[in-house]
Ligand binder design. Structure first.
Ligand SMILES: [Zn+2]
Length: 264
């Protein structure tokens, strides 16, 4: 398989695995950070090594398989301790994933070993040399979802926390109210563009207002039934804000658990 590479800004590259998953390499003058490792296809470590002269610190945006699947190639991997319980859950999901993805995930268990992980928490600031990355709390999608804020570039790396197709349908997702409060907090952060982990485009920050509008639809209109493809036993409800937003060319929706009540 071949990885894709797209330069988002000087020192910022979005790496894709051809399966709709992306991770981000931040390279400063002294050190580097790899944010996420995708599902674990191919030699990500080798690819990153060719893009970057130093070995990066590896940070997981959260504990889902499509973000930490490649963790076994790196040690340690930093993650919010809030998502450590997801490692056990993820290990149990491997047989179902092998069926739905139609391939063997040999070795993936290694990526879910708790001893591989070290804690990282919101508020920590990493100085990469000419570029800083501040860990910010983006909890909602999962309890331990974090982002990296690069103030110099006015860029936020958001993992799955900010997405045109936002998902808070998982058992480990927090409440609709918590998600809405997170969006409100994000609006106070100093950035102009953000990266979302299943896209290789930098979204404009004002589009988050459109994400916010989906919150008020929940429980008020019917919403469509939804089944999460890789793990079909996870059901949700889709609330469509815009079938196709012209500016970003994307469906804007929010997917909640089926029984989520309206906010007010
Ligand atoms: Zn996720």
């Amino acid at each position: 398989m071949a990885f894709s590479w797209k330069e988002i800004a000087p020192g910022v590259g979005q790496i894709g695995d051809g399966q709709g998953n992306f991770c981000t390499l931040l390279t400063g003058s002294r050190s580097a950070v790899l944010f996420d490792t995708m599902v674990g296809l191919g030699d990500l470590k080798g690819f990153v090594g060719r893009q970057c002269p130093v070995e990066p610190m590896v940070i997981a945006s959260h504990g889902h398989f499509d973000h930490i699947g490649g963790a076994r190639q790196f040690s340690p991997v930093y993650m919010s301790p809030e998502d450590l319980p997801l490692l056990e859950v993820g290990r149990g999901q491997i047989p179902v994933l092998e069926q739905t993805l139609g391939r063997s995930l040999d070795g993936m268990e290694e990526s879910f070993r708790p001893e591989r992980y070290r804690p990282i928490r919101p508020g920590q600031v990493l100085d990469l040399g000419g570029m800083t990355a501040q860990v910010v709390d983006l909890s909602g999608h999962t309890a331990g979802s974090i982002g990296l804020l690069c103030r110099e570039l006015r860029l936020l790396l958001a993992g799955d926390a900010l997405s045109p197709q936002a998902c808070i349908l998982f058992p480990e997702s927090l409440s609709l109210e918590h998600y809405a409060r997170m969006l409100d907090r994000v609006e106070r952060l100093p950035f102009d563009r953000f990266l979302s982990a299943h896209f290789d485009i930098a979204f404009p920050r004002h589009i988050i207002q459109r994400f916010r509008q989906c919150v008020s639809l929940v429980g008020k209109k019917r919403g469509m039934e939804y089944e999460f493809g890789p793990l079909p036993y996870i059901k949700g409800r889709v609330y469509v804000g815009e079938p196709q937003n012209r500016e970003i060319g994307q469906l804007i929706c929010l997917i909640t658990r089926p029984d989520t009540p309206p906010l007010d």
